[in-house]
Design a protein around this ligand. Structure first.
Ligand SMILES: Nc1ncnc2c1ncn2[C@@H]1O[C@H](COP(=O)(O)OP(=O)(O)OP(=O)(O)O)[C@@H](O)[C@H]1O
Ligand SMILES: CC(=O)N[C@H]1[C@@H]2OC[C@@H](O2)[C@@H](O)[C@@H]1O[C@H](C)C(=O)O
Length: 401
């Protein structure tokens, strides 16, 4: 047996494993790195987050990725070069974290790497009859494995697509295994660039569980701030939006898009929800001359309204749902206040730290859970193609040498 296979076999049989989960989202703010101690597998998974940090991306990373990010046309040579470059960078960031945390790389069983999404296009979006759903994450796992000396499991989304899914959201697998609870109907809400939710009925009925993207979380707000407020990446504390007034005509125009009419579950990305989307709605409503503050107030309410609509829809199918929120959007006080006001059907709004998981770390932890399933899972507990949940094991293995 190859020593790397023997090492994986050994890891899979240990009572607990050390797995580093890596997530680089659509906001391009940084690489989330979560060092997790994972015991068991399947519905017996137990997770302890031993260390977590976000390693901020510098302007070079942001500007290089933005040249290809969510663009239908871009420089193919640059994409080809970025794939190993991002992988190597992520590997170096992991090395830097391990050094800071004083953790021996040899003690880590595997790294779970999401990579950097550069394009996401479910069939409902691309409309080419001869193609299936598509998504592309760069940041080659071989580079991460070679740079860190740690076996790396990556590229999780392609199996989901191969099995008929849209490649996202994958949160449902980790959410179901780790957060489902027989005493409470739960909605796990993540508000990153794009907002998504997982519905977990207390019945535990795997056929009723589902996960879906909702629409924009922070992505259009971030893009608008970056375009109009030099040096700013996002509307910190919603200061800009709080100084403006919601424009109802613009808000209503933004809310009318075929994506919102599609049944759940569905996925989307900044390929749809971007500044061009805003500009089209402004042209349609003759609101091109609004102040930046009024535009931001409207964008904030737009995200809140579409998220609230999805939460209220879920809450109709199960009484007394409790929402557990995560992702950068929880730090936006105006967005949170709007959500509270727009969701009378929700019993309570909480954050995932009430369930023991730092809300900023949740997505990185999710990928650690997926890698743990790839390594030590026995069978998939979820398999419902109607809900976009394929009963497959995801992830590809890269060895260090
Ligand atoms: N203090 C704050 N005030 C307002 N907004 C904030 C604050 N902190 C973070 N955010 C928002 O959260 C975003 C980052 O969220 P997050 O890291 O969850 O995104 P992501 O992982 O890239 O997204 P996804 O994985 O969903 O694509 C920021 O770009 C910003 O819009
Ligand atoms: C293609 C892609 O990277 N999608 C992300 C993005 O960020 C949030 C939302 O859109 C979600 O669908 C997904 O990530 C999470 C981790 C998921 O798959 O559950």
């Amino acid at each position: 047996m190859h020593p790397h296979i023997a090492a994986l076999y050994n890891s899979a049989q240990k009572p607990s494993r050390l797995i580093i989960g890596l997530m680089s989202g659509t906001s391009l703010d940084g690489l989330d790195v979560a060092l997790c101690k994972v015991a068991g597998a399947g519905i017996n998974t137990q997770i302890e987050v031993l260390n977590f940090t976000t390693v901020d991306y510098n302007n070079e990373y942001k500007s290089k990725i933005k040249q290809v990010f969510a663009k239908r046309e871009c420089d193919l040579e640059l994409v080809t070069l970025l794939h190993p470059w991002v992988g190597k960078l992520h590997g170096n960031m992991v090395n830097q974290c391990l050094h800071t945390w004083q953790v021996n790389p040899a003690s880590i069983d595997v790294i779970a790497s999401h990579g950097q999404t550069i394009y996401h296009c479910p069939q409902s979006q691309h409309n080419h009859k001869s193609f299936t759903n598509g998504t592309l994450q760069i940041g080659d796992s071989d580079q991460i494995a070679v740079t860190t000396g740690i076996t790396t499991i990556g590229d999780f989304r392609q199996k989901h697509i191969a099995a008929g899914g849209e490649g996202a959201p994958l949160a449902v697998y980790g959410d179901y295994l780790f957060f489902a609870n027989p005493n409470e109907n739960r909605i796990l809400l993540n508000m990153g660039g794009i907002a998504n939710l997982t519905f977990l009925p207390k019945s535990g009925d795997a056929n009723s569980v589902f996960s879906s993207d909702i629409g924009p979380g922070n992505t259009i707000m971030d893009a608008y701030v970056q375009q109009n407020f030099k040096g700013m990446h996002f509307d910190d504390g919603a200061k800009i939006a709080k100084a403006g007034k919601v424009n109802t005509a613009l808000l209503n125009a933004m809310c009318s898009n075929t994506f919102f009419e599609l049944a759940l579950p569905k996925t989307t990305g900044p390929e749809v929800f971007n500044l061009a989307y805003l500009h089209a709605a402004q042209l349609q409503t003759n609101t091109q001359h609004l102040s930046h503050e009024d535009v931001m107030a409207t964008l904030n309410m737009f995200s809140a309204r579409v998220i609230a609509n999805a939460l209220n829809e879920c809450a109709q199918s199960a009484k007394e749902c409790v929402v557990y929120a995560s992702g950068g959007g929880i730090h936006n006080p105006l967005l949170m206040a709007h959500l509270n006001a727009l969701c009378p059907t929700i019993k309570a709004f909480k954050k995932t730290d009430d369930l023991g998981i730092n809300p900023d770390a949740k997505e990185a932890v999710l990928f650690a859970i997926l890698a743990n399933e790839c390594l030590a899972g026995e069978q998939q507990h979820l398999n419902n193609t109607a809900q976009g949940i394929a009963g497959v094991t995801m992830g590809k293995v890269s060895f260090a040498d």
